[in-house]
Design a protein around this ligand. Structure first.
Ligand SMILES: *Cc1c(COP(=O)(O)O)cnc(C)c1O
Length: 416
């Protein structure tokens, strides 16, 4: 399912020169063009202003940067390798394929890059308690890890429906000292957990820092999470220059909220020759409720504090989403990917559950790497477009996480 044509429309270049030659987003209102902003109840504004001020101050400080670099290296295991996937390249018979190995980061995904940054910031702000929402549990675990390591109290909001489906992850969080708050309102899932976490934050603002898990939410979160994740693209640029002495022709990343994608894309936005491709969850098909492809099929609206694309019905009620990959099962998307799509700099596509499982198997067979089902969407799309490239061209896949967590789901899927 292709939903945005890479054939650049005639005024793209113009837009590019007008807007992108110097990419400097968001603006001071937290806007990426018309997207982003701070769509929150008034009671939240003081906390958000405190956070914005603290982030602006610490991100420029050498001691914050040094400390974060230290933890990214010695705790999270960075830099992660940029691996030339020789057998996958031969199998697909198209471009040279490189894989950015975020699956090798501590915890098995890119999420630790963000939680280390935010929990360190919480500590610098003098907070003693962090809270977070989690869907499948990946962000909850990454937050619990960082909180445990920095010695802060950690409480996680999770829908009871998700807790039931992800019992092992609940236990993992508890092992790391996190306290779980089951959320049984609404659909009993991620969207409802975010609402409850926000309520907690307003009530306990003195002591508490809210760690958001993707490039979503009110400003400054989309910017802050992107900045923390941009280490992925910074490394990738350096590594591809060392190995190939040129930039890739395209970078492919899956998009749930958009944090691993923005993380690898950000440092390439100004390099117009590098195609940026975001792969969303096509789920069971394009009908409402059957997928999580917000950039592809969503419409503009406000959700969880920012203006972006949303899966909603005519009256603005949020629709259910579906994906075989828990991390892509979200009816919203960050404002920055929405902006990049709207100006034609990002191509948004989708891959179905069935195609993703094939992508999962393909990487196992050719490279002995078990990808997360989320990342398998990027592999499956690369397989689809490989024939459009020649063997001197280069495509980088962001392997956002490892697939150990998904083996049972895949086994069940294949036995059907
Ligand atoms: C959470 C998760 C995602 C989706 O989140 P983004 O913010 O879109 O990156 C993708 N891959 C993995 C492995 C994840 O854990």
């Amino acid at each position: 399912m292709m939903c945005y044509s890479l054939k650049i429309n005639s005024n793209w270049k113009l837009k590019y020169e007008g807007i992108l030659l110097k990419y400097d987003y968001p603006d001071k209102y937290g806007r990426f063009g018309k997207f982003g902003g701070q769509y929150v109840p008034e009671v939240l504004m003081p906390v958000i202003q405190e956070l914005t001020g603290a982030y602006e101050k610490h991100k420029k400080s050498a001691s914050f940067k040094d400390e974060l670099s230290y933890y990214l290296k010695d705790y999270a295991g960075r830099p992660t390798p940029l691996y030339f996937a020789r057998r996958l390249t031969e199998r697909l018979g198209g471009p040279k394929i490189y894989i950015k190995r975020e699956d090798l980061a501590h915890g098995g995904a890119h999420k630790i890059n963000n939680t280390l940054g935010q929990v360190l910031l919480a500590k610098k702000m003098g907070k003693t308690r962090v809270i977070a929402e989690t869907g499948a549990g990946q962000h909850g675990i990454a937050t619990a890890m960082a909180a445990s390591m920095f010695g802060l109290k950690c409480e996680i909001y999770m829908g009871t429906e998700d807790m039931e489906r992800q019992k092992l992850n609940v236990f993992r969080m508890e092992l790391m000292g996190a306290e779980l708050h089951p959320v049984s309102s609404g659909t009993k899932r991620l969207k409802d957990a975010i609402d409850d976490a926000m309520r907690d934050w307003v009530t306990n603002v003195e002591t508490t820092y809210y760690v958001i898990g993707s490039v979503v939410g009110p400003h400054p979160y989309p910017m802050m999470v992107r900045d923390f994740q941009s280490v992925i693209g910074k490394e990738t640029k350096q590594q591809i220059m060392e190995k190939e002495n040129r930039l890739p022709d395209a970078i492919v990343a899956c998009i749930g909220g958009g944090s691993n994608a923005m993380g690898i894309f950000y440092n390439f936005i100004e390099n117009e020759e590098v195609g940026l491709i975001g792969v969303e969850a096509g789920g069971l098909g394009p009908e409402p409720g059957k997928h999580g492809a917000t950039l592809c099929y969503g419409t503009e609206g406000a959700l969880h504090g920012s203006y972006s694309y949303v899966l909603q019905n005519g009256s603005g009620q949020i629709l259910d989403s579906h994906s075989i990959a828990a991390g892509l099962d979200y009816p919203g998307v960050g404002p920055e990917p929405a902006f990049l799509k709207s100006i034609g700099r990002l191509k948004a596509v989708s891959i179905t559950d069935a195609e993703a499982v094939k992508g999962f198997q393909l990487l196992c067979e050719t490279e002995g790497i078990l990808p997360a089902l989320e990342s398998a969407h990027a592999i499956a799309y690369t397989e689809k477009i490989a024939k459009n490239y020649d063997k001197n061209q280069i495509v980088v896949i962001n392997l956002s996480g490892r697939g150990d967590k998904d083996v049972e789901v895949v086994a069940k899927y294949l036995s059907k």
